[in-house]
Design a protein around this ligand. Structure first.
Ligand code: HAM
Length: 420
């Protein structure tokens, strides 16, 4: 039997229509401007990758790989995955094309994670972000964080806080993890059900949001106290740089973030206007071993991803970043069969103006209704009289100025003039 039920979007995946989509456009343009003014170029790469990119990049035990990735065999029986984030794919691009370093890339991308959907958490979300590969200079960490902060500021958000931490390098982290494990073992009985019997990855416990684990980890050893000299100096310079730029921040010793690739600097921005469970509006950090892990040369890296949906929810919650679509300059009302509207719209668009029209030979009344609804400033009306004299009627739909007749050849100038 034929299936006639309408097809709907998948759970946790959303359609975005206008006028809401104007905000997306404006957000991405704003971010592009900020990133490009700081010397970043746009990188684009496929949403589908070989699954082993993410297995190698994040480690098989990371939550994203083990529980959330959309992974499947394609028709050629290759194991593929939809990208769950932007960093590993951008590092793959770097390894494949070996551009000159430091390589400063920005991106806008969908990301796919099979999570339980809720407000602010989707199975397809979108991120704007950057990745910089080729230097471990802590001043770059400052630049990257400042760039993220500049987006929140540009959108008018005022209640976004910044938490920072350092994950150290492989050496100092190994010593710290042992100290943490010993501490957690001492307090094992006080941990949540999941972690009481599972201490193979002590850093995960720091991330656990249950009140039981939070109570225990509050007094746990802090990784910043275990940093070796170089990592400590890196973290100090990073903090001093944020202070110098007036970027408020606090150290959050439990900020470990969900991917195994992080080394040294990690950071997360939280929107206080959102519910605490889903209030991370951006996060990132350094990944100094990732390029090598993915088959490239030794090269340090750092970046961030900012969730567009969550960022817009934060804007709603603070009543900021209301975006109006750019108004059309003219709506052509053609009472002579449609040819005049066809030609005039094309002329106006070629002249760089915004113009629209009705189709299907609608009645004069219906066309005027559409003109009003279109948001255009001016109705350009062509009736049999105007057609005969090579003129149009120029009617201001907003200011209520008296309508007038002008020659067709004067229309572009009249529309330009009416903008002032
Ligand atoms: P992430 O923290 O997993 O990091 O994601 C970055 C941001 O994407 C989050 O702060 C949040 O705003 C948004 N986000 C994540 N998951 C969802 C979801 N299910 N629904 C809605 N929004 C979501 C990364 O992805 C790293 N690649 C960031 C990075 C770049 N680190 C270094 N470079």
């Amino acid at each position: 039997m034929t299936d006639l039920a309408p097809v709907r979007a998948l759970k946790g995946m959303k359609d975005v229509l206008w006028p809401a989509s104007y905000r997306w456009e404006a957000l991405v343009c704003t971010f592009a401007g900020l990133a490009e003014r700081a010397g970043y170029g746009l990188v684009m790469s496929p949403v589908l990758e070989e699954a082993r990119l993410f297995h190698r990049g994040f480690g098989d035990e990371s939550e994203v790989v083990s529980k959330e990735m959309y992974e499947f065999d394609d028709r050629d029986r290759r194991r593929l995955a939809l990208r769950p984030e932007g960093t590993a794919p951008v590092v793959r691009v770097f390894v494949e094309h070996h551009p000159v370093v430091p390589w400063k890339a920005w991106y806008v991308t969908p990301a796919f994670r099979h999570e339980q959907p809720q407000a602010g958490r989707y199975r397809q979300h979108h991120q704007v972000g950057v990745e910089v590969i080729g230097t471990d200079d802590p001043d770059l960490d400052v630049e990257v964080v400042a760039l993220a902060a500049s987006l929140y500021r540009a959108l008018g958000l005022e209640r976004v806080t910044l938490a920072v931490n350092s994950m150290g390098c492989a050496q100092c982290r190994a010593a710290y993890v042992e100290a943490l494990r010993a501490y957690l073992l001492e307090h094992r009985d006080e941990l949540c059900d999941e972690h009481r019997d599972k201490l193979d990855r002590p850093l995960r416990v720091l991330d656990c949001k249950t009140p039981e684990c939070r109570r225990v980890t509050e007094k746990a050893p802090k990784i910043v106290d275990w940093l070796d000299e170089e990592c400590a100096a890196h973290f100090a310079r990073f903090n001093a740089g944020l202070d110098a730029l007036g970027i408020e921040h606090h150290t959050e010793p439990r900020l470990v973030r969900g991917f195994d690739y992080y080394t040294r600097t990690t950071f997360e921005f939280a929107a206080e206007a959102l519910d605490a469970a889903q209030n991370a509006v951006g996060g990132g950090g350094r990944y100094d071993g990732l390029v090598e892990r993915l088959g490239g040369p030794p090269a340090a890296g750092i970046g961030f991803g900012i969730g567009i949906e969550r960022l817009l929810l934060a804007c709603d919650a603070e009543g900021r970043f209301e975006v109006q679509p750019p108004p059309l300059d003219a709506f052509v009302v053609d009472l002579t069969g449609g040819e005049a509207a066809r030609d005039l719209c094309e002329d106006l668009r070629r002249a760089g103006l915004g113009a629209d029209r009705a189709f299907d030979n609608r009645s004069p009344k219906a066309q005027m209704r559409l003109a009003d609804r279109s948001g255009a400033r001016i109705a350009v009306i062509v009736g049999p009289d105007e057609l005969a004299t090579g003129e149009v009627t120029f009617r201001d739909l907003r200011a209520g100025a008296p309508e007038r007749r002008i020659g067709r050849s004067e229309l572009v100038a009249a529309l330009e003039g009416s903008k002032k």
